[in-house]
Design a protein around this ligand. Structure first.
Ligand code: TRP
Length: 351
């Protein structure tokens, strides 16, 4: 029987708190791998959900690998449109928010053949039934309403290769990614059992920040048009926030369970200004939703203006951007080749 998902979540939260303490003690013991699909620009949900955490951990001294998961962009579409544009945009997003290419390795799937080769032995370690059970993949298959590609079905195994090629031991994730990390742990253990110890069994690090919702109160997502991308021009920021859903009560309070849309706007202000949400709600009080929205527009604008400018500057110098990506790819290739060499030796396929 598979474990109750809420138990798994609780266990992951408890473990994450322990890990935070160990990271603070000795950041050099950890290597993080994380990444995003290049299907559009990062938005504030990504930023506060995971990307800000990466920057924080980098500043603490943890080594960071950031993957632009270009092959994974093909899971639910035949052709990834505007892929180079999205890849450059994502790299510019990373740099603009403070991921430091002097310390972090930013790279793409397609440029690291030895990483991709790990997929083959890893596929042999999992059953079709295990893949079919993955709740995140099931949801994505339902949402895509098209024939399921082999890549869609197996991408969590590819993700194990993403994590294990550089022997990352820490993966910052949202809860939708927990099943994938569980699979990575399974792949790692099975490989080590069968062929000898090569891989770490990485831990999930759950973000302590609650999820920011979209402006319609649903999950913030690129495809739903309810997001605030980091690159959004300031007039669009104002327009989208003015159109955000609120409720009929005049007085602004912070009650996430009963007033999710209002609470989400309050939380947006709190996150952008690094303040306490209850204090933000009290400040607006009887001035109502229009005042809350004005405050949110100012807060988001104040937060995004420097990021937007930095992002635009990076995109203005594509040659430099590509140099940064190429350097990351080279470093990832060197590490992946070392790991593949170890894998070949362990499997006795080093002829
Ligand atoms: N699946 C992740 C997403 O959809 C992206 C990703 C690819 C990833 N490989 C990864 C995340 C490895 C963490 C670790 O956003």
């Amino acid at each position: 029987m598979s474990p109750d998902p809420s138990d798994t979540l609780l266990a992951a939260q408890r473990r994450s708190a322990e890990l935070e303490a160990r990271i603070a003690e000795d950041p050099a013991r950890f290597r993080i791998l994380t990444g995003d699909r290049p299907t559009g620009p990062l938005h504030l949900g990504h930023y506060f959900g995971t990307v800000a955490g990466r920057v924080r951990l980098q500043r603490l001294g943890v080594e960071l690998f950031v993957l632009v998961a270009d092959y994974q962009a093909l899971t639910d579409r035949d052709v990834a449109e505007n892929l180079p544009e999205h890849v450059d945009g994502l790299v510019a997003d990373y740099l603009a928010v403070g991921i430091d290419p002097g310390k972090a390795t930013i790279f793409t799937h397609s440029a690291v053949p030895a990483l991709n080769q790990l997929l083959l032995p890893f596929l042999s370690l999992v059953s079709v039934a295990e893949l079919a059970r993955n709740p995140t993949v099931k949801e994505e298959i339902e949402a895509s309403r098209r024939a399921v590609s082999g890549l869609m079905f197996t991408y969590p195994v590819h993700q194990a290769a993403d994590i294990l090629f550089c022997k990352a031991n820490l993966v910052p994730v949202g809860k939708d990614q927990l099943p994938h990390l569980e699979l990575t742990r399974t792949v790692s253990r099975r490989f080590n059992d069968r062929y000898g110890p090569v891989f770490p069994v990485p831990d999930a690090l759950l973000s302590p920040v609650p999820h920011l919702l979209g402006l319609d109160g649903q999950k913030m997502s690129k495809s739903r048009g309810n997001a605030i991308p980091l690159s959004l021009p300031s007039d669009e920021v104002a327009r989208r926030i003015r159109g955000a859903r609120t409720d009929a009560q005049r007085r602004i309070t912070y009650e996430p369970d009963t007033r999710p849309e209002v609470a989400n706007l309050v939380r947006l202000v709190a996150l952008c200004q690094d303040r306490d949400p209850v204090e933000v709600a009290d400040e607006v009080g009887d001035a109502g939703a229009a005042a809350l929205k004005r405050l949110a527009i100012d807060a988001v604008e104040g937060f995004l203006a420097p990021i937007r400018a930095a992002r635009a500057a990076y995109l203005d110098d594509r040659a430099q951007l590509r140099r940064i990506l190429r350097a990351g790819n080279e470093r990832a290739c060197a590490i992946a080749e070392d790991t593949l060499r170890e894998v070949r030796a362990a499997m006795a396929t080093d002829y």
